[in-house]
Design a protein around this ligand. Structure first.
Ligand code: 5GP
Length: 141
């Protein structure tokens, strides 16, 4: 069941202090720790303290607190590394690249030609199409 699934989840173990991690920052909502698969030095993960699978599952207060911690992590990266840039990445669902099904945000320093690439297959929908989709989304809020 869902409890068993949660217990098997590495990040849930980390946020509960049952699995060791190199912690940078924490509060009641989120735990910020070093990514064991860092793309660049300073790569951190902001993980939810409660077990939520994804962004869609986050209550408003948790969502706000997660991004507050991400901003603090970004300021620490800025101070320590003075990087060329900072990326924030957050995947929801396997098709989106999520591999650990406990909500988390990546915050990492970026450098020119650091090898992290992202294809962004732009389409150019008509204004009418954008309006049609926006109406559907507004109705779902
Ligand atoms: P996702 O693809 O789900 O956004 O990213 C999961 C991230 O978690 C990966 O970057 C991976 O390196 C990291 N990760 C997976 N397992 C562990 C772990 O046990 N400890 C730490 N610190 N990071 C982990």
């Amino acid at each position: 069941g869902p409890v068993t699934k949660a217990i098997q989840d590495a990040f849930f173990g980390i946020v509960r202090g049952e699995i060791p991690a190199t912690v940078v920052l924490q509060d009641e909502h989120a735990l910020v720790f070093m990514d064991i698969g860092s793309v660049n030095p300073g790569h951190m993960l902001v993980a939810a303290k409660p077990h939520v699978e994804n962004l869609q599952g986050m209550a408003a207060e948790l969502a706000g607190a997660m991004f507050r911690s991400a901003a603090r992590a970004a300021r620490a990266i800025e101070a320590v590394f003075r990087p060329a840039g900072i990326s924030v990445y957050q995947a929801n669902g396997a098709a989106a690249g999520q591999t650990v099904f406990h909500a988390h945000i990546h915050v990492l320093p970026r450098w020119e030609n650091d090898g992290l690439t992202f294809t962004w297959p732009v389409k150019h929908p008509s204004r009418e199409e954008l309006e049609r989709v926006a109406a559907q989304l507004r109705a779902a809020l």
